[in-house]
Design a protein around this ligand. Structure first.
Ligand SMILES: *[C@@H]1O[C@H](CO)[C@@H](O)[C@H](O)[C@H]1NC(C)=O
Ligand SMILES: *[C@@H]1O[C@H](CO)[C@@H](O)[C@H](O)[C@H]1NC(C)=O
Ligand SMILES: *[C@@H]1O[C@H](CO)[C@@H](O)[C@H](O)[C@H]1NC(C)=O
Length: 274
């Protein structure tokens, strides 16, 4: 396909960002109770408890990754690193500690806005603040993708997702491989191929697509599969979900992005309620 030069430049920038800068090593990321947690808002207080992954006696499951410095991040072999710094410090005489947040909005568990890659959508104002909260909240199916395949048309068909299902979280080999717990970006992650994305569009009622790595599009289909979904502003892709230790099945999903006006994406907090 031919795209105007600015769009192509943008797409290439994304591809470059996701490309590894060094040979991929399989790190052993901290998992899952953050034993080496130096909080990104300064070191965790001594004796801090392990992060709560479940609330309400297990009824509420947090499927958002904490912003650990070790989260994989495009273009950063050493992981995401700290995302906050003290802007004001009591140690320096301020009355309170005040942290400042700085990171790419596509870090960790996040949502893409249609304007992320499609200039016309950006110009139409389809930013992250326009995402439909009705799509982002409601019944959702957590489903396991066969571990020997990317999310191809064939794989999609084999999942037999009933018509009427609007929100699906796809758990893949990425979760088994603990890729979100591995600092280095691993481009062999599982994601949608172009034909898989198109199959979903043509044959299902799915509007919210959740995946367990930083890109819903497989690396070899990075631009093409992104465009299949992002060209269609009705589809909301959520990336980098933490689906470890959650049973497949039907839940109520709640996902809330930040109201970042004009922005191409946002960190997002997602929870499942049994
Ligand atoms: C506190 O002051 C020291 C010395 O001026 C400086 O190096 C440090 O960056 C300051 N930290 C903060 C959080 O302001
Ligand atoms: C404020 O930040 C400093 C530097 O990280 C830390 O030593 C101190 O314990 C913090 N105090 C509070 C009340 O957060
Ligand atoms: C998925 O596709 C990537 C390339 O995008 C490839 O490296 C990987 O091996 C594939 N995974 C599976 C399970 O087929």
């Amino acid at each position: 396909m031919s795209a105007p030069p600015p769009l192509m430049a943008m797409l290439l920038a994304v591809a470059v960002m996701l490309a590894p800068r060094a040979p991929v090593a399989r790190g052993s990321g901290a998992h899952p109770a953050y034993p080496d947690a130096g909080g990104t808002c300064g070191p965790a207080a001594a004796g801090a408890e392990a992060r709560l992954e479940e609330h309400g006696g297990g009824r509420i499951i947090d499927i958002t990754h904490a912003y650990r410095p070790e989260l994989p991040a495009p273009g950063r072999d050493g992981g995401l690193g700290p995302v906050t710094r003290l802007a004001e410090s009591m140690a320096n005489g301020s009355v309170s500690n005040v942290s400042e947040l700085r990171m790419l909005v596509h870090s960790g568990t996040h949502v893409d806005a249609p304007g992320h890659m499609v200039q016309a959508h950006f110009e139409a104002g389809l930013d992250v603040d326009k995402l439909d909260l009705d799509v982002l909240n409601g019944p959702a199916l957590l489903i396991d993708v066969p571990r020997d395949t990317n999310i191809t048309a064939e794989a999609m068909e084999s999942l037999n997702i009933p018509k009427g299902v609007r929100r699906v979280l796809f758990r893949t080999l990425n979760t088994d491989r603990k890729l979100m717990w591995t600092k280095e970006i691993d481009t062999s992650f599982v994601g949608f191929t172009e034909d898989g994305a198109q199959w979903l569009l043509d044959n299902t009622d799915i509007k919210l697509v959740g995946v367990d790595y930083l890109s819903f599009a497989a690396f070899d289909h990075l631009i093409s599969a992104h465009l299949v979904f992002l060209n269609n502003p009705d589809i909301i892709p959520i990336e980098g979900l933490k689906l470890d230790h959650v049973k497949a099945g039907i839940y109520t999903l709640h996902c809330l992005p930040l109201r970042l006006i004009g922005c191409d994406g946002s960190p997002i907090r997602c929870i499942l309620i049994k």
